[in-house]
Each structure stands twice: as C-alpha cells, then as structure tokens.
Design a protein around this ligand. Structure first.
Ligand SMILES: [Zn+2]
Length: 377
C-alpha cells in the first residue's frame, strides 16, 4: 500500500490524535496509508533538550524516508507563512525524488497575507515594488499559497498545486480559529488527487518522480499548452499541404515568433522535418543569445536529425507533444532517439526537455494520418 507522510502543524493540536485518526481514515477510504509523525515514538529518557529535538528530527526523517509521498498542510501558522518544520519535510521528500502534495485552509495568497500583516510598514517604491521596513522586497503576487519555493515544489512534482478554499472557511472569528487546522475538506481533495492521478500503486509514484524524468503534463501544461497548440496547428496544416503531420513553433520571451511545418513531400527532401525547417528559419532571423533563451515547441518529440540541429543552434529548451514510442506504434516505424538523455549530456550546452504536453492531441494527428497513408513520398 502506498504510504503518505502527513506533514503539518496538526502535531501541535491538543486533540492531535483525533485529527490524525480522521486523516488516516480518509486516506484508507482511497486505499492509501496515512503516516502521522507521532506514529513512531522517541525515547527521550535521560536526553538533554537539544538531544530530544535532534532525536525527533531523525525519527521524522526516518518516517519520511519510509513513505512514498507527502501530503502537507500549508495553512499559515503564527504568521504569513506555513509551519517551517513542514516546509523542511516537504523539501526532504522532494529531495528524495518523491512527490509532494499540499493543501491550505487559508484562502488568501502569500502576498496578500504578508501585506495585511505588515500594513503601513509596506512602502511602494517608484518602480512599483513593495518593500518592508528593512528594505526587503515582498515576493511579487504569484497568487501562490506561500513562498514560491513551497508552491513551486508542489507544482514541480506534477501536482495540480496547493488545494485551498476560495473564501474563508468560516464566517466568524471563533469558528475560523477552531477550523483552521482541523478542517479536512481540502485535505480530502488532495487525497483524491493522489488516488486518482496515480492509480495508487508504488510503480506509478516511482514513474511520477523518476530521477531525471520531468513532471507529467499537469505540472507544466498551463505554461506550455497554448504554445503547443501552435505546433499542433502547423502539423494539421502540413497534412493539408500534402505533407506529414509534424509542426513546430519557436517562442521567445513569451511570444510565438516563428512557426514551421513538415515539407518532406512537397520539397522532395527528407531533411525537411518541421523542426529542421524551423531551425533554418530561426538561424536566419535571430542571433545566438536570443536562441539560447528560446523554446522550440514540437508536435512530436524531435528525431535524431532535428535534435542535432536544435543542439547545434543552441536553442535553450524543447517542449514536445507526442512521445516517439507512441508515434512508432502508430506509424509502424521509429528511429528511436533518447532525446532527454542526449540533450542533457551536451558538452557545449544543455537543452532542457519538457514533455509530453498535449500528448494525446498530438498522437491523434498521427492516428488519423498514418494508417490511411496515401502520400507518394
Ligand atoms: Zn526530425
């Protein structure tokens, strides 16, 4: 059974046992085992205060290592931010290459809470930046539940992000205090996410965060989906123009600056893959510094030839749609190229690889094309 480390300030509640039992019961409903920090005891007999603290740390770290993922309560505690102990536990889990999920019972963003707390001590600088009385700037309003490193960690693991309410979870102050660290609605939402997105097997969890692998669609989809659609549109256009369903787009500073499509048939040239056409165009229009910061979106993971061109052009990042193995199954032919491994091993520079993004849509274009291939090339 998948073991979930339940991190959060609930350990400080007087009724922590009751709370832990409720959380474990919710996990059990979804076939998951909830592990609470107090599940393992520390023998503090004869230990000095510091030794007790260190023993608890080692005990918790051991429990974290024994679990497959963490579900963390990021509800702010005694200030604008989450419990620092929980933040450390999230970091340990992330460092172990295991997924981190999180929720908060506070509806406000981190920036909102910080501004509220600081009140008049916040000064707006001429450039619009907010600074506190020590001259430290406030993190810009990401809309995140907490510091961007905390939310970033959750998103980077492929989660949908920190689950939290849209409005205060209670109307009056007393109820709010009683509910803030006991309400389990958003905890349950996260447990459902763990259960549904991973099919609740250790193999799935392992694949989710395999070292060297990138998060699946969920983590990067929002950023890349719109740009990938340009590449997919090019793939459709390529078919309409009598070529193969491959398209590519180049994005510089958040804007699509170039698009290209496969022209193998119409140009009678097997090197006219969409990415090759795009790289040629890109090199004629942009300097090296621009290309190093550019992202190339490709409807299908680039082949060995195109990957070489992307590498030599020193384009900084590649985001792909369809996996090459999926194309191979559909088209019945595949010159497999380990894109991610090869691009990260470059000596001159490394190309970031992200994907699959819109993998299903990208594969659909191939399914519609290859089985009924009627192209003379
Ligand atoms: Zn190619």
């Amino acid at each position: 059974m998948v073991r979930l480390y339940l991190a959060g300030p609930q350990v400080f509640l007087s009724d922590w046992k009751e709370q832990a039992d409720k959380m474990k019961a919710i996990c059990a409903q979804y076939g998951l085992e909830g592990v609470f920090p107090f599940d393992k005891e520390v023998n503090t007999c004869g230990l000095a205060p510091q030794e007790i603290g260190l023993s608890i740390f080692h005990k918790d770290e051991g429990l974290i290592r024994s679990c497959d993922a963490a579900v963390c309560c990021m509800t702010p505690m005694r200030g604008p931010s989450m419990d620092p102990g929980t933040a450390v536990e999230m970091g340990i889990m992330r460092g172990l290459g295991k997924p981190v999920f999180a929720y908060s019972n506070d509806h406000r963003s981190f920036c909102h809470r910080t501004s509220e707390l600081l009140g008049d001590a916040v000064e707006t600088m001429p450039d619009g930046q907010l600074r506190d009385e020590y001259g430290l700037c406030l993190e810009h309003d990401t809309g995140f539940a907490d510091n961007l490193m905390c939310d970033g960690m959750v998103l980077a693991c492929g989660s949908k992000g920190v689950a939290r309410p849209e409005h205060p979870i209670a109307d009056d102050e007393e109820s709010l205090k009683a509910e803030m660290f006991r309400n389990l609605e958003h905890f349950k939402t996260v447990i459902q996410e763990v259960a549904t997105s991973m099919n609740v097997t250790k193999e799935d969890l392992g694949r989710y965060m395999k070292p060297g692998s990138h998060p699946p669609d969920a983590a990067c989809a929002d950023v890349h989906i719109d740009f990938m659609k340009h590449a997919l549109n090019e793939a459709s256009a390529a078919v309409e123009n009598g070529n193969h369903p491959f398209g590519a787009a180049l994005v510089v500073e958040g804007e699509v600056v170039l698009c290209a499509q496969n022209t193998v048939c119409t140009d009678h040239d097997v090197t006219c893959h969409a990415e090759m056409n795009l790289v040629r165009l890109a090199q004629s229009r942009f300097d090296g510094a621009t290309l190093r910061c550019a992202t190339l979106y490709s409807s299908t993971s680039p082949c060995a030839m195109c990957s070489g061109a992307i590498y030599w052009a020193r384009i900084g990042k590649v985001v792909y749609g369809c996996e090459p193995s999926v194309l191979g199954e559909i088209a019945g032919d595949e010159l497999f190229f380990p894109l991610r491994e090869s691009m990260s091993g470059g000596v001159l520079h490394k190309v970031d690889v992200v994907g699959p993004v819109l993998g299903e849509e990208a594969a659909a274009a191939h399914r519609a094309f290859w089985p009924s291939l009627d192209v003379e090339c």
